[in-house]
Design a protein around this ligand. Structure first.
Ligand code: TPP
Length: 810
C-alpha cells in the first residue's frame, strides 16, 4: 500500500474519499503555515517594540496538529509555551487571541487566557462563566493554565489524569456529566526535552505509572534547552533511551507505552497519536510520545539568537528538516496537491495572519488611545484657565507624540500635570484628579482582580456556625473530633477524596482519618508514595475537574517540597486566568511543635509570602480545624490548614453540630480579656501564652489574648486594632523565625490598620530563634518562645512604661 493510501486509511478509517482526505491534509497544511506566520510576525512585533517578549511554537507545528486530531471535548492539556499550533488546532486559542496576548490586551473578550497578565504562549481556556461558576467542561476542549517554570506542568497533569480514574471507578461520580463521561478523558502533557531533566518530570512519571492513569506525555525534542545541548541535559542524550525502565509490562500491568516519531514526519505522527491515544483512553495506560528531530527555526525566544550556539551544520539541518517543508514535500511526492495549490495556501495563510494581527492591535490600542485623548483634553482645559499653559502643553504634546502605546505614560503625564499645577485650584483640575482616581481604580481591577475567588462561593462568604455543646457532651481526644468530622464529610459528598502518605490504611500518622478507608474505600482515602510535589499536583488537577480533593503533606516541614507548585501554580491560578479557572484544593498538614530540626518547624513567613491566593488557616485545636475544613469545603477557594501537632491528644468537647460548624476566615477571636497589653498569636503558642498570662496576672499585669485564627486573610475587621485602642501596648508572638509571620502580623496591625496611632509603648515581636529548633525538651524550650520569654518581654514593656509600678526584679 502506498504511504498516502496507508494514511488515508488510518486518518479517515477507510470511509472517506480521496477528496475528503485531501481536504483534511490541506487544512492541516494551512494551519501549520498560519501558525508559522504567527511566530514570524509575532517576533517582528517584539523586535519593533510593539510587544515586550515573544516565545513561539515554530518547528512543532506538524506534531501538534497530529496530536490535536485525537484530542476530544472534555480532554485536558497541561503543557508549555510551545503549543500554539495545538491551541489553534483545538480552538483553545485563535491567531487573533495569540496576538492579543502578545500585546498584553487586558480585555478578556480579546485575551481570554489571562486578560493580559501572562506573557504570550501561556494558554488557558475559560472553564468558568462570568460569575465564576463551572461551565460544562464536556462541551469544550480544555487546557489548564500554563506557567513558565518548565516541567511544573507535569505535576497537575498527574491530577488531570487521576480525575479520569476517579470518574471511571467511583460510580457515585457518574452523575457528574458536565465534568466527565465516566472517565474517558485523556490528560495530554507536553514538555521540552531539556526540561525532562527536572526531578518533577520523573516524579510525575513514576506517580502516573503507579496510579495507572490516562496520561499522555509528548516531548518536543529539539536537542537543546536554550543553548545547552542534550549531552549536558539527559543521560544517553535522549529521553527515550532513559525511559526504558518505565516501559509498560503486562506482568506488572504498570508503566508507560513508549512511542516515538520524527517531528517532520506528518503521516508517522498522525498514526502514532491515533494508535497511541486509543490505548490511553480505553485502557487507562499512560503513554509517552517522544517527538524527535524537532527544529526551532526562530531560536529560543526573542531574547537572543540561536546562531550564537548552534553550529552551521545544525542550522542547515534545521532548514532542511523544517516540518512544514517536509510536509510540503510529502504532499507533492504523494500527489495530494499541486505546487500552485500549496503556494496559494501559503499566501492565504500569510494574509490571514496579518489581518488577525492588525485586528488584535486595533482592539488593543483603541481603549488606550481613548484614555490618552481623555487625559489630553483635561490637560488642555486646565491649560486654558491656569498659569502653566506652556508646561502643560509640552506634557500633552509629548504624550500625543509618544510611541509608547501604554497606560504607564498616561499615568506619568497626569501626575506631571498635577505637580505642575500644584499651586492652583480649579474645577478643571478637580476633574483631572477625579479622572486619575477612576483610571487608577480601573487599572487596579485590570491588573489586580481575582487573587481569590470572586464568585458567590468565595470562602469569604461562608457564614460562621459556632460549635454547640450538649451539657453532657463527651470529652474526647482532639483527633477524635477531626475523625468524626471527616466521617461526616466523606459521607455527604462523593466529590471529596483524600490522598497522602500513610493516610489510607493507617488513617494518617495521627489517626485523624482512622478507619475511614474501611468505610469509604480506597478511592476515597488513598495512600500515596512519598512525593509531595505530585501529591499537590494530583490535587490541583482533580480540583480543576470539579472534584474536592484534600491532599495531605505529612508534616509542615515537608511542605517545602510542594511549595514551588503551590506558589507557581495553585496560588496564582485564579489571578493568572483573570477568573477563568479555579482549583478549590484543600492542603492538609500538621506542624509547629514535635521534635527536632525537621519535625517542629513553623516556616510561616515562607508560607504566607509565597501563598497569596491560598487561604492559610492556623487553628489552635481540632474543633477549629474541623470548622475550617467545613468553610473551605463549602467554598471554591484553595486553602491550607495547619493542624497543631501537639493537640491531637489534648481533650476537647465533641460539638453536637459538627457537620455544620464553620469558622470564618480572617476573624480573630479574643480568648482572654485584659487591659494592659494585647498579645497576638495563634496555633500552639496560644497555650504557652495562656501559661505566661497566668504568671503575669500574679504581678498585676492584665493581658488581652487574641487568636488570629487565619494568617491569610488577616484580621479583616480590625479586631486587633480595637483591642490596641484599649490597651495601647502590643506583643506579636509566634514560633517562626524573627522577621517571619510575627513581622507580618505587626505590619498589618501597625501599618495597614493604623495601630501606630494608639501605641503608648514600642510594639514588640517575640519569635523563635533564627536557627532550626533543636531536639528534645530543652532544645525546644530554648529554640522556641516559652512562657518565661513571654513573661519577660511583657514585663519589660510594662517596666519601660511605668518603672515604679513594675520595677525590674530579674
Ligand atoms: C524551572 C525553570 N528553569 C529555568 C527556566 C528558564 N528556561 C526557560 S525555557 C528553558 C529551556 C527549556 O528547554 P526545553 O525544555 O527543551 O524546551 P524548549 O524551550 O526547547 O522547547 C529554560 C532553561 C524556566 N523557565 N524554568
Amino acid at each position: 500500500m502506498s504511504e498516502m493510501k496507508k494514511q488515508q486509511k488510518l486518518t479517515l478509517n477507510g470511509k472517506a474519499t480521496f477528496e475528503d482526505y485531501k481536504k483534511e491534509v490541506l487544512a492541516d497544511y494551512k494551519l501549520a503555515n498560519e501558525s508559522r506566520q504567527a511566530s514570524i510576525l509575532g517576533r517582528k512585533e517584539v523586535l519593533t517594540g510593539k510587544a515586550k517578549f515573544g516565545i513561539f511554537g515554530d518547528g512543532k507545528e506538524v506534531a501538534q496538529i497530529a496530536m490535536a486530531k485525537v484530542f476530544r471535548k472534555g480532554d485536558f492539556r497541561s503543557g508549555y509555551y510551545r503549543d500554539q499550533t495545538f491551541a489553534f488546532a483545538t480552538g483553545i486559542s485563535t491567531v487573533k487571541e495569540f496576538f492579543a496576548q502578545l500585546y498584553a490586551d487586558t480585555n478578556i473578550e480579546f485575551e481570554p487566557a489571562s486578560g493580559g497578565r501572562s506573557m504570550n504562549g501561556h494558554f488557558a481556556n475559560r472553564l468558568l462563566n462570568d460569575k465564576g461558576e463551572w461551565k460544562n467542561l464536556m462541551e469544550m476542549k480544555n487546557t489548564s493554565a500554563d506557567i513558565s517554570p518548565t516541567a511544573s506542568q507535569m505535576l497537575r497533569l498527574v491530577g488531570l489524569a487521576y480525575a479520569s480514574k476517579l470518574y471511571r471507578e467511583n460510580e457515585q461520580l457518574h452523575g457528574m456529566t458536565t465534568f466527565s463521561d465516566k472517565g474517558n478523558e485523556v490528560a495530554f502533557g507536553t514538555i521540552g526535552n531539556a526540561s525532562c531533566a527536572e526531578g518533577m518530570f520523573f516524579e510525575a512519571l513514576n506517580a502516573a505509572a503507579v496510579l495507572r492513569i490516562p496520561m499522555a506525555v509528548s516531548i518536543w525534542d529539539n536537542g537543546f534547552g536554550i543553548s545547552v545541548p542534550s549531552k549536558y541535559q539527559i543521560a544517553k542524550e535522549s529521553i527515550s533511551n532513559v525511559l526504558v525502565g518505565f516501559e509498560y509490562e503486562e506482568k506488572w500491568r504498570q508503566g508507560f507505552k513508549i512511542h516515538a516519531a520524527k517531528g517532520w514526519d506528518y503521516p508517522g505522527l498522525v498514526s502514532m497519536y491515533e494508535e497511541g491515544i486509543k490505548d490511553v483512553r480505553e485502557n487507562h495506560i499512560p503513554a509517552i510520545f517522544d517527538v524527535q528531530e524537532v527544529t526551532q527555526p526562530l531560536g529560543h525566544s526573542t531574547s537572543g539568537s540561536h546562531e550564537r550556539y548552534k553550529t552551521k551544520e545544525r542550522l542547515e539541518w534545521e532548514k532542511e528538516f523544517c516540518c512544514i517543508l517536509q510536509m510540503r514535500k510529502w504532499i507533492l511526492a504523494n500527489a495530494i496537491a499541486t505546487e500552485e495549490e500549496l503556494n496559494f495556501i501559503e499566501k492565504d495563510a500569510k494574509e490571514y495572519v496579518k489581518k488577525m494581527q492588525l485586528e488584535a492591535w486595533a482592539d488593543y490600542i483603541k481603549p488606550i488611545k481613548k484614555e490618552n485623548e481623555e487625559a489630553r483634553n483635561l490637560f488642555s482645559e486646565i491649560a486654558k484657565t491656569g498659569r502653566h499653559s506652556e508646561e502643560i502643553n509640552a506634557v500633552s504634546e509629548s504624550l500625543k507624540r509618544s510611541l509608547d502605546n501604554n497606560r504607564k505614560i498616561i499615568s506619568e503625564s497626569v501626575n506631571d500635570v498635577l505637580m505642575i499645577t500644584s499651586d492652583e485650584k480649579s474645577e478643571e483640575r478637580e476633574k483631572l484628579i477625579e479622572w486619575k482616581n477612576n483610571f487608577k481604580k480601573e487599572n487596579n481591577r485590570r491588573y489586580g482582580s481575582h487573587l481569590y475567588s470572586e464568585s458567590n462561593e468565595s470562602a469569604m462568604n461562608v457564614k460562621e456556625v459556632k460549635p454547640l455543646y450538649d451539657p453532657d457532651s463527651k470529652l474526647v481526644d482532639g483527633r477524635e473530633v477531626l475523625n468524626a468530622f471527616f466521617d461526616i464529610a466523606f459521607e455527604r459528598d462523593p466529590r471529596i477524596f483524600a490522598i497522602g502518605e500513610d493516610l489510607g490504611f493507617l488513617g494518617d500518622v495521627n489517626q485523624g482519618m482512622a478507619k475511614l478507608q474501611l468505610k469509604y474505600g480506597e478511592l476515597r482515602l488513598t495512600d500515596t508514595g512519598i512525593r509531595e510535589a505530585t501529591i499537590v499536583g494530583q490535587g490541583i488537577g482533580c480540583a480543576l475537574r470539579g472534584l474536592k480533593p484534600i491532599v495531605e503533606i505529612q508534616y509542615l516541614d515537608y511542605l517545602l517540597y510542594g511549595l514551588q507548585i503551590i506558589s507557581d501554580d495553585l496560588a496564582c491560578l485564579q489571578y493568572r486566568t483573570a477568573g477563568g479557572q479555579k482549583a478549590p484544593l484543600i492542603i492538609r498538614t500538621r506542624g509547629h511543635r514535635l521534635e527536632g530540626i525537621w519535625h517542629s518547624g513553623s516556616p510561616m513567613g515562607t508560607v504566607i509570602n509565597s501563598f497569596r491566593g491560598v487561604h492559610v488557616c492556623v487553628p489552635r485545636d481540632m474543633t477549629r480545624a474541623a470548622g475550617f475544613y467545613n468553610t473551605l469545603l463549602k467554598s471554591d477557594d484553595p486553602g491550607l490548614i495547619i493542624e497543631r501537632l501537639n493537640a491531637y491528644r489534648l481533650k476537647e468537647r465533641l460539638p453536637e453540630n459538627l457537620s455544620e460548624i464553620s469558622v470564618p476566615l480572617g476573624v480573630p477571636e479574643i480568648l482572654t480579656e485584659g487591659n494592659d497589653i494585647t498579645i497576638v498569636t495563634y496555633g500552639a503558642c496560644i497555650d504557652i501564652a495562656k501559661d505566661a498570662i497566668t504568671k503575669l496576672n500574679r504581678v498585676n499585669i492584665s493581658c488581652e489574648l487574641i487568636d488570629i485564627q487565619t494568617l491569610l486573610p488577616f484580621d479583616i475587621n480590625k479586631i486587633i486594632l480595637g483591642s490596641l485602642k484599649k490597651t495601647n501596648r502590643i506583643l506579636f508572638l509566634d514560633e517562626d523565625v524573627p522577621g517571619g509571620a510575627s513581622a507580618f502580623m505587626m505590619q498589618n496591625v501597625i501599618d495597614r490598620d493604623g495601630g501606630y496611632n494608639y501605641l503608648d509603648s514600642p510594639p514588640k515581636c517575640l519569635s523563635a530563634k533564627p536557627h532550626r529548633p533543636a531536639y528534645g525538651t530543652d532544645g525546644d524550650y530554648f529554640s522556641k518562645p516559652n512562657a518565661e520569654d513571654i513573661f519577660e518581654t511583657v514585663y519589660e514593656i510594662m517596666n519601660e512604661a511605668d518603672p515604679k509600678e513594675f520595677p525590674m526584679f530579674f
